[in-house]
Design a protein around this ligand. Structure first.
Ligand code: GAR
Length: 199
């Protein structure tokens, strides 16, 4: 197989999507490898998990920093790690335009709704309040507008009678963990194919 694409993962918390990306990358035919897990929170549990798996980590709290300055620090860390792609995985920061522009077409995000529905926070509550038959998750390319870039793939998750935001989010998370690695791998393969002139 050709050399794997180098992936940096940005997270702010638990890191279960990062873990899903990481475990998927243990398969021999996975087209990406995680080279860095970075966070705006030094105490993010996801960082510990990555360290235990032997992945390099980086943390810089955003408190007291201008958004663009903090983004520049994160960007420098990601570039120093040699990353080709960034996967946002519960990175709860609005990104500055310059940072987004620098990674155009190479930065993906997972969002726990069927975009374009329910951008932002409290997605499951809003799906339940609206009486939707399904919640779900979306993987999309990151653009300057929040949760607005082109959707690459989605998984619908049926809402059950009696669901609350916790039960629905737990089920959507199962779908997230499958959708993100698969979609990222397909995206990286397609781009590598084009770069080789092979596809
Ligand atoms: C996930 O549900 C992810 O979709 C969501 O945060 C959670 C992070 O969980 N992201 C967003 O809401 C981004 N707008 P994790 O840390 O266990 O992956």
């Amino acid at each position: 197989m050709a050399e794997r694409a180098k992936l940096a993962v940005l997270l702010s918390g638990r890191g279960s999507n990062m873990a899903a990306l990481l475990y998927a990358a243990k398969a021999q035919d996975c087209p990406y490898a995680i080279v860095l897990v970075a966070s705006n929170d030094p105490d993010a549990p996801g960082l510990q998990l990555a360290q235990a798996e032997g992945i390099a980590t980086f943390a810089r709290p955003h408190k007291g920093m201008a958004r663009s300055d903090h983004d520049a620090v994160m960007d420098a860390a990601v570039r120093a790690a040699g990353a080709d792609y960034i996967a946002l995985a519960g990175y709860m920061r609005i990104l500055s335009e310059g940072f987004v522009r620098g990674w155009q077409g190479r930065m993906l995000n997972i969002h726990p709704s069927l975009l374009p529905k329910y951008k932002g926070l409290h997605t499951h509550e809003r799906a339940l309040e609206a009486g939707d038959s399904h919640g779900g998750c979306s993987v999309h390319l990151v653009t300057a507008e929040l949760d607005d870039g082109p959707v690459l793939a989605q998984t619908e998750v049926a809402i059950l009678p009696g669901d609350d935001a916790d039960s629905l989010s737990a089920r959507v998370l199962i779908a997230e963990h499958q959708l993100y690695p698969r979609t990222l791998a397909a995206y990286v393969r397609t781009r590598a194919g084009h770069a080789d002139g092979a596809g």
